[in-house]
Write a new protein. Sequence first.
Length: 628
Amino acid sequence: MPRMTRTLRRRPVDSGRASAAQTSAQSSMTGGAPRRRRTGISALAVLVGGCLSACGAGLSAAAGGSATVAGPIPSGLESFYRQAVNWYPCAATDGVEKASEKTAQASASTSAATASAQATATPSADGATGATGTAGTAGSLEEETDTATFSCAVITVPLDYANPKGETISIAVKKRAATGGHAQGALFINPGGPGDSGVSFAERAGNAFSPDLLEAYDIIGFDPRGVGSSTAITCSSDDDSSSGTAEPSASAGATASPSASGTPSAGTEPSAEASAEAASGGESYEEWAESTRQSFQELTEQCASNTEPAALLDHVDTVSAARDLDILRALAGQEKLNYLGFSYGTYLASVYAETFPGNTGRMVLDGAIDPSLSLAEQGLGQAKGFEQALRTYVDYCQNSTGCPLSGGTDAGVQQIRDLITSANSTPLATGDPNRTVTGADIVTALSEYLYTTEQNWEPLNKALDQAINHRDGSAFVASEEQDTSAKDDGGGAFQAVTCLDYPVEGDKTTWAAQYEQAQREAPVFGNTAVGMDLVCSVWGHNGTRKPTQIHARGAAPILVVGTTGDPATPYAWSKSLAEQLDSGQLLTWEGNGHTAYGGDASCVNDAVDAYLISGTMPKKGLTCHGNE
């Protein structure tokens, strides 16, 4: 449930941007698990080929027959564990299109672009014609992935594991071949969410993981059920396509990204703006609850109308996703699951280890969710985490050049709160008459920056300086345009998974009290902390499994990585999960931002690599500091 307004996302590699509509609803929900982001920073979108089997690891390809299966097969699921897997070359497209299809699309795109350019060509000084612009072919993603070789496959799994002979759904898988050419095995990855695309994450592994890890393993990303290129929850028609692939925000009521005009699109998910206004005192709980209820009722109806099969909405829980993952493990020819997960991906891994302890291999969980917490507890914890991170930022700002915040930490935080309130009342100009910046936009931008480390905070100083001293919001818009991390970040998957993973608890009186508590304890981000129980009561596809500790007795050693300044998955959650797991061990990074591995902390990177590559756990109690 993490993502702050996206909560549980990993500070990471970008996974794209969602439609304003879906992002808006999502963000207003509690609990998203954070996703990992390493490249762009979104100021306004808050809150987080090759030869698979021939090269060694990877899902086993079968030519006409059954795949070679590793490990025991649960009774009644033999056909799924033994299915033939047909691999095909694919490109970096954020999906699983065949490379041949991508080439054809690129060729058609190039031809169309050329024709368009010729039609609009202008004469040059010497009489020759020069095109005013050209369209790219297949370009940027392929360039980002350098010479990585990808293979894709689509795996069949039961819609309902209680009825394996009934309907089936598809799970999309993408493998990045080990750079060394001889993989020691397959490493499954999950970026967070729930709702983030593992297929897209695999494409960006070159920017997220160390060269040693990329050389040792075939990296396998998959879109969990309900997400992206798998059988997906869809909350819009073909005319306004956007599937449920985005990570949910970290907590209920989290802010969502606004549309180009600065306001949420009609008929879309609840907006971050409404949440931010509530947080700054612009809305009573009753007003906020009613607007949230209406917005999510619309989203619920849209998802029910556009999702096929309709029963998917009742079967995208994390327990089912963990069972899908075990089928993928077996088809990959792996007796044990080696896994690297972030944010919500740590919860998926915990559930897997509890369900299949004997099948666990080397598992690293970075930015953990505490499975014993309720939705409300997660939401409040996350909001307080962002509030503390904001104070850390203010301290940083006041000790750097160009900071517009005067006085001490408390005074600086109050100046930001005053700016939010003022911008909600009178939005900031941007130079574009059709685009203004509201207080909600600023809250969203703050949360996006706080997902990252202080190395990325300097632009926020500039944005706040322009906003406070010149009433200019242009820098916030510029930051938003540079971010591509929330692509296809649809809201449906987030709600659907979260609402099936947790029961609805409390009532109107309880939720009102939680709302007021959040405003007191987290004045800037408190609105993002409440509302998920309300949202799930409207959503209607609810789970009954109560939050409980996970022990995973009999599992192999599990390394849990916690960041002391993580706003989306507070350090206390990682510490708690490591203590709950019978074989858990905590690695601490004294740093800021959401998740630790893949950043500048060589101590963390080396420790994680040592375990995943050679099986050597770090010394117990290891604490890494800064970039050491």
